[in-house]
Ligand binder design. Structure first.
Ligand code: NAP
Length: 539
């Protein structure tokens, strides 16, 4: 290419989003000597942990695992106060990382990306932002998060409500005081299950509007165990390495025997119950690893589902409320929740469960809402109604690829990617933890790091090889989409209306979006890179 034809880009790469993915991507590319600009809608770093400030917001993965490993100094020096970190502590960590690696100078906050358009002549991306400016870059990297586009159902009369409304995923920065208030919360997913016990302590009365009960297990959270922390820090890289070999990339050192090769039906009823019992109070999410076939065999899954229902009936005093709280769907088919005192909260006199499974929220009224034909007077309504997961934020970024094709059109029947990293027809566009990658079924931060490292290596390879573009081939993408679907079809995951399938958003195509299994996925990514980015066309 002659000098005259060489595209003049403002940046080597533009990164969209300054959560944990965007921050590390910036740091990594800067380390390669590239010029990078990051756009972030919020006024600060942290992504999920910037927005989800609702009372009780907390990670349900051990703090020593849910953290960056790219800097050994950072992981050695940082001290997490609790086994499971609360949102303010994770946000403090994100801010510390931004400070320590001087990230803020390349992040433009309070700025939304309105369009991202591929220019076939210059082979670069033009990114137009809410401040009316357009910048170009050879690479566009979407670090927009899997659970960042909030879902508020289109309830009739929603604008008429005279009280305050909140969404758990867009919580105000200043504390909200519910004292003396009649509060309604719609939804009973992970966010609500964490928020309900905290809000119930304050509110005059809390009404919980539940369409589908979820399974939740006690967190057994507490102060960080000093001995555990010291043991892990004594050889942190080896601890990370062991976790990377686990199916979900976490939990290698839980101290429990791995029962992955054992069916729940291979052992006696007593042994099975003893295993579940031992994990119920201490294991959090890893109760799902009690036996290897819980997500493969419905009969096996029924045993843990019945165990969990037994726990609910044992905790909740009112039998009708207990029954309404008992889920019927496959255990952990919807994301398993982890709580602190959730079921106990329904024994409080100021908490009412409103089962709308056979009815609906009929409408929101100026004074509250009407559900199942009954009127509820409320001062505040909280929408704990989740997210347009995995694709929502990508589709909002106005992405157009070759031939002017929009990503929305390309994904009209569901997301199509190769490795969850790229999508054909959109050269030099990378997605961090995109649909088709393990992402939400794993420990997100190590998954983010694996993607960032892969993308950075790829960009370095292209630069060193004097190559201008990388584009997934249709064949590789078709085969990958098929592979992700086949993996899911061998499990019980497709058997319920989860957000993994897009089933929580009316009209969204139903496609199981995450890749099941972390180690096999990493192996595949490494193999693709080692074979000169097999499945991608390089030009
Ligand atoms: P969610 O799991 O999607 O839950 C949304 C809730 O809103 C569901 O109970 C859903 O009922 C209900 N809902 C939606 N539309 C409704 C309607 N029109 N009428 C009545 N109810 C309606 O969302 P989330 O609780 O925000 O959690 C999303 C994900 O974020 C989690 O699965 C998890 O991956 C992540 N998260 C993690 C943590 C953590 O680390 N501890 C905490 C919070 C969130 P149906 O089930 O009937 O659809």
């Amino acid at each position: 290419m002659s000098i005259a034809q060489k595209p003049i880009n403002n940046y080597d790469a533009i990164v969209v989003g300054a959560g944990f993915a965007g921050m590390y991507m910036l740091h990594k590319l800067r380390g390669l000597g590239l010029s990078v600009k990051v756009y972030e809608t919020g006024s600060g770093v942290g992504g999920t942990w910037f927005w989800n400030r609702y009372p009780g917001a907390r990670c349900d993965i051990d703090s020593l695992e849910y953290s960056y490993q790219f800097s050994d100094e950072l992981q050695q020096e940082w001290h997490w106060p609790e086994r499971y970190s609360a949102q303010p502590d994770i946000l403090e960590y994100a801010n510390h990382v931004a400070e320590r690696f001087d990230l803020r100078k390349d992040i433009q906050f309070n700025t939304q990306v309105e369009s991202s358009v591929y220019d076939e002549d210059s082979k670069s991306w033009n990114i137009t932002t809410s401040d009316g400016k357009t910048q170009s870059a050879q690479f566009c990297i979407m670090a927009t998060g899997c659970l960042s586009s909030t879902n508020t159902p289109d309830f009739k009369g929603i604008e008429s409500f005279k009280g305050q409304t909140y969404h758990t995923g867009q919580w105000p920065h200043e504390p909200v005081d519910f004292s003396g208030k009649r509060v309604g919360i719609i939804g009973t997913g992970s966010s609500a299950i964490q928020a309900i016990p905290e809000i119930a302590k304050q509110a005059e009365h809390l009404y919980v509007f539940q369409r589908t009960p979820n399974y939740t297990v006690p967190s057994n959270n507490g102060p960080m165990d000093k001995e555990t922390e010291q043991t892990i820090k004594a050889d942190y890289p080896a601890f990370r390495e062991r976790n990377s070999k686990m199916p979900a990339g976490l939990g290698a050192d839980s101290g429990r025997k791995t029962n992955m090769g054992v069916s729940a039906l291979d052992v006696s009823h007593e042994e099975r119950e003893a295993e579940y019992e031992s994990r119920w109070d201490t294991a959090g999410l890893s109760i799902g690893g009690s036996f290897g076939d819980l997500m493969l065999n419905q009969e096996s899954n029924d045993t843990i589902a019945e165990f969990a229902r037994g726990k609910i009936r044992g905790i909740v005093n009112d039998p009708a409320t207990a029954e309404a709280l008992c889920p019927e769907q496959t255990f952990a088919c919807k994301r398993l929740c982890v709580d602190t005192g959730y079921y106990q909260t329904f024994n409080r006199p100021n908490v009412t469960l409103v089962d709308i499974s056979q009815g609906a929220i009929d409408e929101i009224t100026p004074a509250g809402l009407q559900a199942n034909g009954d009127a509820f007077e409320l001062d505040c309504i909280i929408f704990a109604t989740g997210f347009d997961a995995m694709t929502g934020s990508l589709l909002k970024a106005g992405i157009r690829g070759e031939g002017g094709q929009t990503l929305t059109d390309k994904w009209s029947a569901g997301p199509r990617t190769y490795l969850g990293l790229g999508t054909s027809g959109f050269p030099n566009l990378f997605t961090i933890t995109g649909p088709g990658s393990p992402s939400v079924l794993t420990n997100m931060i190590p998954s983010i790091e694996q993607h960032v490292n892969w993308i950075a290596d790829c960009i370095q390879y292209l630069k060193e090889s004097n190559l201008q573009t990388i584009n997934a081939t249709d064949e590789a993408e078709d085969a990958w989409v098929e592979h992700v679907n086949v993996l899911a079809s061998h499990t019980l995951y497709p058997s319920c209306n989860s957000w993994y399938l897009g089933a929580n958003v009316p009209g969204k195509p139903r496609v199981f979006m995450p890749h099941i299994g972390f180690p096999s996925y990493v192996e595949k990514c490494n193999e693709v890179a080692a074979n000169g980015y097999q499945g991608f066309a390089l030009a």
